[in-house]
Design a protein around this ligand. Structure first.
Ligand SMILES: Cc1cc2nc3c(=O)[nH]c(=O)nc-3n(C[C@H](O)[C@H](O)[C@H](O)COP(=O)(O)OP(=O)(O)OC[C@H]3O[C@@H](n4cnc5c(N)ncnc54)[C@H](O)[C@@H]3O)c2cc1C
Length: 386
């Protein structure tokens, strides 16, 4: 990010992250990418370095680092190491499940779960999407039926990050027995644990185009018994809670987008300096210089836009429309940046060994998940026209 965005304390934190990445991520990442799964040890070592659940307050064993710039430092260092799949895995745990529990958990739930979120023993997933329900969560069909002191959960989810390697999921399920498109208050959220629940099963691992080291899978729930204490918030409050989680979730994607754009551009500047054709360095072609200049200006404008969203988030003022604007803008720019920078690499840009090729595949997700760009445009327009 631009000079002045971070303070000295963030740079000290960066040293810890950089050391963690060099020791625990870089030596293994190629293998994780090939195996389509990262070792569980990455969670444990991240926990040992205090890098999981940054925002968890001290009373629950955390460091209370709720300034979003710390999360961005983590993203930046993972992007620098070309290890974006780790950033995605941590993002689901830290930007969705953790804030859900911190905001809506009872004191007992916080006591039970937050320490396990930060010590790496309870890796979580977000399980909202279903084969028939992605952008439209009111089409979710997974149901939770009251049964004695809890619920019986039955249904199918898809595209679930950490679905195979994780220990539990924040599941959106229908609780009012309705069918068809549900009402706003038809759904509830449950933190469902895998252990001891044979009906909780991960299906096939999905073969993604990029970010392969993070596992993404289908999940199946077959009459999984969920105690009442695992319901988050009130029955019927599920969609309302998700709306309140959107600002952080979308800010996170905006932040990751600007981080990747910056890294890709930096790599490309180095590449064009080193490469020659027709007895001339690539930097001697006006096309190269113009492309770089355009990307630099776009990057700086995007950095300032995202920085303002981060400032508002830190002040507790980021609403869903502002977060949607930041995500829409930054993720679309990241997609362009990766494409243009890949072109400047020529054929090498198409080879997966080069970070620009990995980034190209990774950024393609950013305009889709956490709200597609089309849904975000609708969100922005709805406010303009209201
Ligand atoms: C790699 C990956 C990881 C993911 N991780 C998770 C995860 O961990 N947990 C989870 O719950 N989900 C996850 N998702 C799901 C993701 O959030 C959804 O894919 C996304 O919300 C879009 O839903 P969909 O795929 O069903 O597309 P659809 O909703 O079917 O949309 C298809 C197209 O129609 C457009 N469209 C839909 N509705 C409208 C509208 N009203 N107006 C205009 N255009 C519209 C969309 O923009 C899109 O272009 C992941 C997805 C991927 C690919």
């Amino acid at each position: 990010m631009f000079t002045g965005f971070y303070e000295e304390i963030h740079e000290e934190f960066r040293e810890v992250v950089r050391e963690f990445v060099a020791r625990e991520v870089t030596p293994h990442y190629r293998r994780w990418d090939a195996e389509h799964r990262m070792d569980r040890s990455v969670w444990e070592s991240a926990a040992e370095n205090g890098l999981l659940g940054l925002a968890v307050p001290e009373e629950h064993g955390g460091m209370g680092l709720d300034d979003y710039r710390y999360r961005m430092v983590l993203d930046e260092e993972l992007a620098r190491a070309d290890a974006l799949a780790v950033a995605l895995a941590f993002h689901l745990h830290d930007d969705w499940v953790l804030p859900a529990v911190m905001t809506y958990g009872t004191p007992e739930q916080k006591e039970a779960w937050l320490p396990r979120f930060i010590d790496g023993s309870f890796v979580t997933s977000v399980a909202w999407t279903e084969p028939g329900a992605g952008s439209d969560l009111r089409a979710v069909r997974t149901k939770a039926v009251r049964d004695g002191e809890g619920y019986l959960l039955t249904g199918q989810k898809t595209f679930i990050g950490n679905g195979i390697t994780g220990d539990g999921a924040l599941v959106l399920a229908r609780t009012d027995g309705s069918s068809g498109r549900g009402a706003e208050d038809s759904f509830s959220l449950f933190l469902v644990e895998k252990e001891g629940n044979p009906g909780y099963r991960a299906g096939n691992q999905l073969d993604k185009m990029g970010l392969k080291a993070s596992d993404t899978a289908e999940l199946f729930f077959d009459e999984v018994r969920v105690p009442l204490r695992n319901r988050l918030g009130q029955e019927g409050q599920g969609l309302e809670m998700i709306k309140h989680l959107l600002p952080q979730g979308r800010l996170a994607v905006a932040a990751a987008s600007v981080v990747v754009s910056g890294q890709v551009l930096q790599d490309t500047v180095q590449y064009v300096k080193d490469r020659s054709t027709f007895d001339a360095a690539l930097t001697e072609y006006q096309n190269t210089r113009f492309r770089l200049a355009e990307q630099q200006v776009t990057l700086e404008a995007t950095q300032h836009y995202v920085a303002e969203a981060v400032r508002r988030f830190n002040a507790g003022e980021l609403d869903v429309v502002a977060a949607s604007k930041a995500k829409m803008w930054a993720s679309e720019r990241a997609k362009e940046a990766a494409d243009i920078c890949l072109q400047l690499h020529g054929g090498y840009g198409y080879i997966l060994e080069y970070p620009v090729a990995q980034a190209y595949l990774a950024v393609r997700l950013l305009t889709i998940f956490g709200g597609t760009s089309e849904i975000l445009r609708e969100t922005v327009a709805a406010q303009m026209l209201s």
